[in-house]
Design a protein around this ligand. Structure first.
Ligand code: DGL
Length: 249
């Protein structure tokens, strides 16, 4: 009993030092990080912004996996206790494989919030994401599992948009959004799923162009799942300060 108690203290002490790792192909995942910090202000974080390899969404699945695996190994070497793929492209293309390759690591990923749109009875949802996410089997699976017969989903891959956001190219951002609007002008879109974490950083711009449309992203769901995983694995930290070590490639 005594030994068990001691063990428990040691384990708790370790948790205090271990951080949550977060990765994305740049600044997009900071939208996810902010949501996680609201729910878990007493954790510390390492954020890996892989701007050098942006955009992931226009690379082959093999290239994406190789890049993401390298960052995962870097974060594991930094003694992280859970890794968040704050990137829909990385999640739809790599999460299942990573869980098999690193069975002792906890992973939480983000996927387009298609389930949220369907559960909230939106009738015609527009899903915007990178070409790789749109083409992924995981996105097809999400539609298959959640869309009812009276609901419609339109998918548009926004080539260049994540990179325009990463490089603060406002002219390009506007050009891409206006072209998307033109493609759906005859449809009665009532909701837009922001299926790329970069897009959550330009919510105001999207709302300005698509008036009276509800915007949905997966960030709150991810934050809840991170908290749940830490809780059930007894890894919650109550003594951190929301400190973020920001690493940029
Ligand atoms: N932010 C990423 C996502 O959620 C990736 C953007 C990119 O690098 O193409 O998909």
């Amino acid at each position: 009993m005594k030994a068990f108690f001691l063990c428990d203290i040691i384990k708790k002490g370790d948790n205090m030092k271990q951080k949550i790792g977060i990765l994305d192909s740049g600044i997009g995942g900071t939208s996810t990080l902010e949501e996680i910090k609201k729910l878990l202000p007493n954790e510390d974080y390492i954020y890996y912004a892989d701007s050098k390899n942006n955009p992931y969404g226009e690379k082959t699945p093999e290239e994406i996996y190789k890049i993401v695996k390298n960052i995962v190994e870097f974060l594991i070497a930094k003694n992280t206790k859970l890794i968040v793929l704050a990137c829909n492209t990385a999640t739809t293309r790599c999460l299942k494989k990573l869980k098999i390759e690193y069975p002792n690591m906890l992973f939480v990923g983000t996927v387009p919030a298609i389930k949220v749109a369907c559960d909230n009875n939106f009738k015609h949802t527009l899903v915007l994401a990178t070409p790789s996410t749109i083409d992924s089997e995981r996105t097809k699976e999400l539609i298959r599992d959640n869309k009812r017969i009276d609901q419609e989903i339109t998918l548009i891959s926004c080539e260049g948009l994540a990179n325009a956001i990463e490089t603060h190219n406002d002219k390009k951002i506007e050009e891409i959004l206006l072209s998307v609007k033109e493609q759906v002008q005859d449809k009665n879109i009532d909701s837009i799923v922001l299926g790329c974490t970069h897009y959550s950083l330009i919510k105001d711009k999207i709302s300005e162009i698509f008036k009276d449309v509800t915007l949905l992203d997966g960030n709150y769901g991810v934050a809840k799942e991170v908290k749940h995983q830490l809780l059930i694995n007894n890894l919650l930290n109550e003594e951190g300060h929301g400190k973020v070590d920001f690493i940029k490639s």
